[in-house]
Unconditional design. Structure first.
Length: 286
């Protein structure tokens, strides 16, 4: 997930509760990619794990990502689709929705939460239903994220996972420093110092859970739908995926607005900047 305040939703937020929430929205299907934005062919062979990023509110990026994924699926690929937009505690409800629903609107109505603009995810959910691709919930709930903020990064993991992901050791300094920088930048440098560590831990826990859930799908290939911050190779899900054997082939694709993205992804797709209010205005009022 990107670290750009509430307009990009996700793990980054003004306060602990805001950290645990995201964008609200309806459940109308997003339009297909206009002819002027016709998607190129997907790059590279299908990996075992394909990490597909987003700027949460950028409609151009959502359309382009869907078209590239659709091409892979229509060519015969059948991955599970792990989505940040569904909390992992809701997997049973999501499973029942996939069994009983004929279209994405039905799934969204049964499983949706208030965090996301669901019309942007309608095409991916419909693609999963059409091709019988498992939808897998990949995110922390607000309750679990609160536990992490309060009790530390180990709070939601079992003893074996703590050992496997080396959570009984200090988080690598470069990783924690980079995550802290992104959290602080995403809050315009105005986040109270006492909140930073807890929010960094929550972000790390989200990445760890996504990595763990992705590995749980083996031997099936997996696509992750998540914010660009989560799919980064240097500090995101990919950083955690291959701490455990067997090593998986992983490809990370960022769908990015202008900025310095060097070294973060295997492939980047450049987007126009989405028009939105000044993200720092809310902080200046406080």
């Amino acid at each position: 997930m990107m670290y750009r305040l509430r307009f990009m939703c996700g793990a980054s937020a003004l306060a602990t509760l805001a950290l645990l929430s995201g964008c609200a929205g309806g459940a109308r299907p997003a339009a297909a990619v206009p002819a002027a934005e016709a998607a190129p062919a997907p790059q590279g062979a299908n990996p075992q794990v394909l990490l597909l990023g987003e700027v949460h509110d950028n409609r151009q990026g959502h359309r382009l990502r869907y078209e590239l994924l659709r091409q892979r699926v229509e060519a015969g690929w059948r991955p599970a689709i792990v989505m940040e937009q569904f909390d992992r505690e809701n997997q049973d409800v999501l499973d029942q929705a996939q069994k009983g629903c004929l279209d994405a609107q039905c799934v969204i109505q049964l499983v949706h939460g208030p965090r996301w603009d669901w019309q942007l995810y309608y095409p991916v959910i419909q693609l999963a239903l059409t091709y019988h691709l498992p939808l897998v919930a990949g995110n922390l709930s607000r309750a679990d994220a609160s536990r992490v903020v309060r009790d530390g990064i180990q709070a939601t993991f079992d003893p074996q996972s703590i050992k496997d992901y080396r959570l009984d050791q200090a988080i690598p300094a470069d990783l924690r420093t980079a995550q802290q920088h992104e959290i602080e930048a995403g809050h315009c440098g105005m986040l109270p110092a006492m909140m930073v560590d807890g929010m960094v831990n929550a972000q790390l826990a989200r990445d760890l859970w996504m990595a763990k859930i992705i590995r749980d799908q083996r031997p099936r290939d997996v696509v992750l739908i998540a914010g660009n911050g989560h799919v980064r190779k240097d500090i995101g899900v990919a950083r955690w995926l291959n701490l455990i054997e067997p090593i998986l082939t992983v490809r990370a694709e960022g769908y990015v607005e202008p900025g310095d993205h060097a070294g973060r992804y295997d492939q980047t797709y450049a987007l126009s900047t989405q028009e939105r209010p000044d993200p720092c205005a809310k902080f200046r009022k406080k």
